[in-house]
Design a protein around this ligand. Structure first.
Ligand code: HEC
Ligand code: HEC
Length: 169
């Protein structure tokens, strides 16, 4: 009698395990295919990850593409940056209204604050930090890549840095 109950128990338990395995597996496959069905760069992906907007960098770095927000900012102060700010060496000709957007895009792309490159936010024209000099070289590199190669202007700081000072390599 006890042996028969034990046998029933083991059989029931095993069937339960098998069923829950199939349910879990089906749900995993469903989640996996839902992830794969969003093509990279699609409108859906942009909706899912709005924080990765590249508008500022795109325009500043000589890109062919534009965005409504970047255009609005450019219209808000269309004067070339070097006429408005004290020490602009590489972003020459870029509308001054876009400076803030571009700087914010740097902080997002590298995962840093303004003071990573600037001694202080009150004196952003000073060149006291080597990081600022390196950033200037990086801006020139990205501008050249987008000018010379068929990138559609889509290479930005984020392309390599992905939110970190050191890109993965
Ligand atoms: C990755 C480095 C980096 C970060 C981070 C950064 N900046 Fe800059 N910033 C620069 C560089 C490089 C220039 C000079 C650009 C040039 O020479 O064309 C500059 C120039 C400026 C200027 C113009 C100063 C002048 O009078 O010449 C301002 C204002 C400014 N940044 C503000 C900010 C603010 C605010 C933040 C944070 C939201 C920030 N920056 C974050 C690199 C950075
Ligand atoms: C083609 C890839 C690539 C792109 C695009 C790129 N970077 Fe870099 N960046 C690197 C590599 C590689 C390093 C060196 C990292 C190291 O020293 O470990 C670096 C280093 C830096 C550093 C110095 C970090 C340190 O520890 O001294 C700064 C600042 C920087 N990048 C800013 C920028 C900015 C701003 C942009 C966009 C205008 C940009 N980078 C775009 C690849 C890139």
């Amino acid at each position: 009698m006890i042996a028969r109950n034990t046998a029933f128990f083991i059989a029931g338990f095993t069937i339960g395990l098998v069923i829950s395995f199939f349910i879990a597996n089906a749900q995993y496959q469903k989640a996996k295919s839902a992830q794969q069905s969003i093509p990279p760069g699609s409108a859906e992906e942009k909706l899912e990850r709005p924080e990765k907007s590249k508008a500022g960098q795109l325009v500043a770095l000589g890109a062919t593409e534009d965005s409504d927000r970047a255009k609005t900012l450019a219209n808000s102060n269309p004067k070339p940056m070097e006429q408005v700010y004290k020490n602009i060496q590489v972003l020459k000709g870029v509308p001054a209204g876009q400076l803030r957007l571009i700087m914010t895009s740097f902080t997002e792309a590298l995962g840093v604050h303004c003071v990573y490159c600037h001694v202080s936010v009150d004196e952003p024209h000073l060149d006291d930090k080597p990081e600022k000099a390196k950033a200037r070289q990086m801006i020139q590199m990205v501008q050249e890549i987008n000018k010379k190669y068929p990138t559609q202007g889509l290479v930005t700081c984020f392309t390599c840095h992905r939110g970190s000072i050191r890109p993965a390599y």
